[in-house]
Design a protein around this ligand. Structure first.
Ligand code: FAD
Length: 467
């Protein structure tokens, strides 16, 4: 009797639900990662980051065991395995509860049933399943706060032990051609060896965060220059750290308000997964149907300026350059740039969502779509369409000294604090003195916020009228 442990976004050998069960219940176990070239994105930091983690995981596993790589579409791969190993009759994996992963799993389950392969799937990526927390009338929640209250009072799952047993493992390379194709693909990605990936790196990040930033998380988490958030998103996305391990470590930390605030952020992650499970069309469609008819401007030149950090709004530009340089962006800045794109530029939130998909090292469909629909006011429990972020006010509030701006927008390095948020207000001599020549080496604002605000409100109201 042979079983397969199918790794997907749970790239770790510790505290892994499906792996623990597979080891306890199998006679022979194959460790598998399946690479689907149909999912490849071009020029994508997201892709590079994800496969850096897969490559690292493969290297670690292969030190003592063997991670079989199958290259191709899932059903083709499973067909080939079944032909090669006819006595394969159990599969273990950790569930995807929404989006592409959910659809893939549903199709795979049909194949498994037809081929008499028993499916053992587990909740692993989240503290609570998308189906677990419902309203009294057994509906999905739509609003975060009551969901959070319900979520908070439920016991949280504990980390689980994985009893590794080398004797059970199939360590021969079963599909050498596939392994070669994957290795060839990895070389095209030009992954930097200094990229900090893997279980160990994730644990260090967690421990550093708890020691240095957790107690003041509530006060500092919104100030990008303080760099006071955990940066765990990238590891939670690949599963290089388990959410149960994170929860337990934070729970055991000294009591602080920071702990409560941080745990609430983890709840947002579960919340958005539940929202995506409840609204499977949300990558394409606004959740609030009222806003299906917004007449987006979709100006391609302005979209390019937004992507390149050349909008003339320093906080937006600094944030977009942080994304381009590092593949990560601070949460407050994600809200500011998403609001700017959708409201100030009146560009369709789906364009922004896709760009983030290409760029984010922590890309998570549920959180990303949730964040975009929140900022675009089209989502569930979203910011109301008439409450539009003023990018200059946001900048003054969350980067008062302008140090974050100066870090990512070197053209503004010499601009004094009182003008850093609106450098276009500098006189001609000030521009010369600071070497910031508006319209020459730094752009004038590409839209007037006050006019853009009125235009956005009108577009949203018109959509409501048509709905
Ligand atoms: P911390 O502040 O340390 O938070 C701890 C963890 O809580 C995060 O790692 C994350 O898993 C979770 N979390 C925190 N805030 C949120 C939130 N608002 N929604 C869901 N989970 C949250 N997060 C992603 O993981 N992937 C995405 O693709 C993503 N896209 C976003 C797009 C937009 C437009 C917006 C507004 C937010 C998006 N977020 C996304 C949420 C949030 O910005 C990131 O989770 C956070 O910035 C990650 O940094 P951190 O790990 O240091 O966060």
């Amino acid at each position: 009797m042979t079983s397969i442990m199918w790794f997907r976004r749970d790239l770790r050998l510790e505290d892994n639900q499906a792996l623990a069960h597979a080891l306890n219940n199998s006679e022979k176990l194959i460790l598998l990662f399946q690479v689907n070239p149909k999912q490849f994105l071009e020029n994508s930091i997201n892709q590079q980051a994800f496969f850096a983690s897969v490559a690292h995981f493969r290297k670690k596993v292969n030190q003592k065991l063997h991670l079989q790589i199958l290259y191709g579409e899932p059903l083709d791969c499973f067909n080939r395995i079944k032909k090669e190993i006819p006595n394969w009759n159990h599969i273990y994996f950790n569930r995807d509860e929404c989006g592409f992963g959910f659809t893939r799993d549903e199709a795979a389950k049909i194949f498994f049933r037809q081929n008499e392969i028993a499916v053992h799937d587990f909740l692993d990526a989240h503290l609570h399943s998308a189906q677990e927390i419902k309203t009294l009338s057994n509906d999905f929640y739509k609003v975060f706060t009551p969901y959070y209250r319900n979520w908070l009072q439920r016991p949280k799952p504990q980390p689980i032990k994985v009893a590794m047993d080398q004797k059970k493992m199939v360590s021969a390379t079963l599909f050498p051609e596939d392994e070669k194709r994957f290795s060839d693909y990895l070389t095209t990605l030009k992954i930097s060896p200094s990229t900090s990936v893997g279980q160990q790196a994730a644990k260090e990040k967690l421990n550093q965060f708890i020691a240095k930033n957790l107690s003041d998380y509530t006060e500092n988490r919104d100030i990008p220059i303080k760099n006071a958030t955990s940066h765990l998103s990238r590891y939670l996305r690949t599963g290089e750290i388990s959410i149960r391990t994170v929860w337990q470590a934070v729970q055991e930390a000294e009591d602080s308000l920071g702990k409560e605030t941080f745990q609430k952020e983890l709840c947002w992650r579960d919340f958005y997964t539940m929202i995506y499970a409840a609204n499977p069309q949300q990558k394409e469609q606004p959740i609030q149907k009222n806003f299906s008819f917004i007449q987006w401007e979709n100006n391609e030149e302005q979209f390019r300026q937004w992507k390149d950090g050349l909008t003339g709004y320093p906080i937006v530009d600094a944030a977009m350059r942080q994304l381009k340089e590092t593949g990560w962006m601070h949460n407050r800045l994600r809200m500011i740039v998403a609001s700017f794109l959708t409201k100030d530029l009146l560009i369709d939130w789906r364009w922004g969502e896709q760009y983030f998909q290409q760029m984010l090292v922590d890309y998570d469909p549920a959180s990303n779509i949730g964040g975009w629909q929140w900022a675009a006011s089209t989502g569930t429990d979203a910011v109301p369409y008439f409450r539009i972020f003023n990018p200059t006010t946001q900048s003054k509030k969350f980067d008062p000294s302008g140090d974050f701006i100066r870090h990512y927008v070197p053209e503004l390095a010499n601009v004094p604090d009182d003008l850093i948020h609106q450098p276009e207000k500098m006189s001609a001599p000030q521009q010369r003195m600071t070497n910031t020549l508006i319209g020459k080496n730094y752009p004038a604002p590409i839209v007037n916020h006050q006019l853009a605000r009125k235009r956005a409100i009108a577009a949203y109201e018109m959509s409501k009228d048509w709905a």
